[in-house]
Ligand binder design. Sequence first.
Ligand code: GLC
Length: 433
Amino acid sequence: MDEAKEVLKKNNHGTFTIPASGIYPHQWLWDSCFIAIGLRHYDVGRAQDELKSILRGQWTNGMLPHMLLMHHKKPTKHEYIWRAELNPFSPDNVSTSGITQPPILAEAAFLVGQKLNAPERKSFYSRMVPELIRYHSWLYEERDPRDEGLLTIFHPWESGMDNSPALLSVIRESYFPIWIRIVEALHLQVLANISRLDTKRHIHLEERTEVVDELLLYTLQRRLRAKKYNSAQIFRNPHFAVQDIGFNSIAIRSNKSLQKMADTVNMTLPQKLLDKFALAEKAIEALWDPTSGQYYSRDFTTKRHIRLSTVASLLPLYSGVIPKDRAEKLIANLRNEKTFASECPVPSVSMSEAKFDADRYWQGASWVNTNWMLITALREHKQTELAKALQTLTLRAIDQGGIREYFDAHSAKPLGAQNFSWTAALAIDLLAD
Ligand code: GLC
């Protein structure tokens, strides 16, 4: 507990917390949400600041960017990469990215509010609810053009699971520029790796995203920038548009939290938004694949399921709306030693997939934030023992390996960034239980 608090102290930059120094020197959207969930146990003031500080970056159309860039006298590499100012809705006084991340903010705000007394809670929710309404309205207005109740992401980074093989398979099929094919065919990865900062300065190569995948991700980001992050324009000819199962599961849960917060402060949500919320709860059914008995993300354009089983396929448990028989199937998968019950669970990709790689980033390694969401969900599904077992294994991996970014799904070897904020914060939350 003390070590975890120390990490959050070190990574604190005034009103917000960076994920880890060196490799992640800015503020990230869902990281700050997980961080606040830990902070609320011992410094609920700072937890509120953490979430309010996210709102600094909100675009005038309601969008919450996945990164708020740290202010420097000279523009940083990230500012050149993103150039959010190309979009007329980006804010003037803070530099941001041009995409979003899983919408867990409403849920985090709700949880922080639970630690406040009634008047303080009302005051905090009154600050958050109007901006959350704008964010959720933006999500459903801009990212659900067919009015299906399903949100579309434009980049794997928006899923929070950067190099998830399910998502990368879509880019590889629809958008594989010839020059990247040449890099791959001629094994020029070594050259391309020279320019990488994450592996050069911070982390071993075999633990990070593979280089060709990294090139594809950055190239896709440039395509979004070329379209000035304008959703309508991107939808016209998307290189990547996916109804992501993790993103939508989290959105559904947050929709409910937003409703509960609004009720607390007697605010009414717009009817249009309420209709979307209701539709979203039914629409998740379209992501169920009866043949394999699993939920999958779906390609927006082709409407085909992306049949590659990742930890995102389990997150409907966290949505709080799926039928009991479906939930049982997902829980069986969590218990299955051939799929998700590894020695150090829960692997980010099912062990049954050829792409599974126990120590590589979102390609198999286990992460504390997805474990935390699943532990929460398992308790709600009355799977007390399984929740407890996962909680124990998660805390054991951190206790033995340190407050690291992710862990080898078999050996529990600690991997990635050191002193990683959401691992610290969610460990605090798990210990508080
Ligand atoms: C990586 C993760 C993403 C996280 C970010 C900052 O990009 O994939 O989920 O938000 O790092 O920690």
